[in-house]
Design a protein around this ligand. Structure first.
Ligand code: CO
Length: 219
């Protein structure tokens, strides 16, 4: 017996709808993919990468994990970045966090949830690193939102510092790394004013993104 019947049914309707607009859509797409963007986002079910930015299958290469964290020893994430940059030659890498992130919240509140605590330790490190910025915000929800933003900015730096992105820039490859935060409450993406296109500008843009954040006053 086929389980999850509803999902299979949804799938048939979805495929039929696309084919009614463009009969060869899947056939053409099965031959190759040439996405211009790599999306590194949170696994949260409320943040579906393609839908948010209105892109079709074939247009967005995606990696998602809890709290959109990029760790220098995570072979899974690094392999995605390497394939995207060196084989697919994407032009943009977007790290997209979101407000109300359960992972960031668990890190923030030091919740004990099990294995995942070790993963979220990376975000706790960011909390410690930017304690001076966070300590200025008295409202807890605002402080958590700020941590969601800081978490993205730090991951943009992590992506930029991978050997893969460094080598691409050394070779003169056209590649930008961006940091965005998505609002669950309004469906809008906020650009965090961090877009890095080469190694030289990394420190300045990082600093200016942090000071921009600090200038957006929170309670
Ligand atoms: Co999340």
């Amino acid at each position: 017996m086929r389980t999850l019947k509803k999902l299979i049914e949804n799938n048939r309707n979805w495929a039929a709808k696309i084919k009614s607009v463009e009969p060869n859509f899947f056939q053409n797409l099965s031959q190759q993919q040439s996405p211009e963007y790599l999306w590194i986002g949170c696994s949260d079910s409320r943040v579906p990468a393609n839908e948010i930015v209105g892109l079709m299958p074939g247009e967005l290469f995606v990696h998602r994990n809890v709290a959109n964290i990029v760790v220098h020893t995570d072979l899974n994430c690094l392999s995605v970045i390497q394939y995207a940059v060196e084989v697919l030659k994407v032009k943009h890498i977007v790290v997209c966090g979101h407000y109300g992130c359960g992972g960031v919240q668990a890190a923030f509140k030091n919740l004990k949830l099990g294995l995942i605590d070790n993963w979220l330790r990376h975000t706790q490190d960011i909390m410690q690193k930017h304690n001076n910025i966070l300590a200025k915000i008295s409202d807890e929800d605002s402080r958590l939102n700020r941590l969601c933003e800081l978490n993205v900015i730090e991951q943009v730096v992590n992506v930029s510092e991978t050997t893969i992105v460094q080598q691409a820039w050394d070779k003169g490859q056209n590649l930008s790394v961006h940091g965005w935060v998505y609002g669950l409450h309004d469906g809008f993406l906020n650009d965090l004013n961090i877009c890095i296109t080469n190694n030289d500008e990394l420190p300045d843009i990082y600093r200016s993104a942090l000071s921009t954040l600090e200038n957006i006053k929170r309670k």
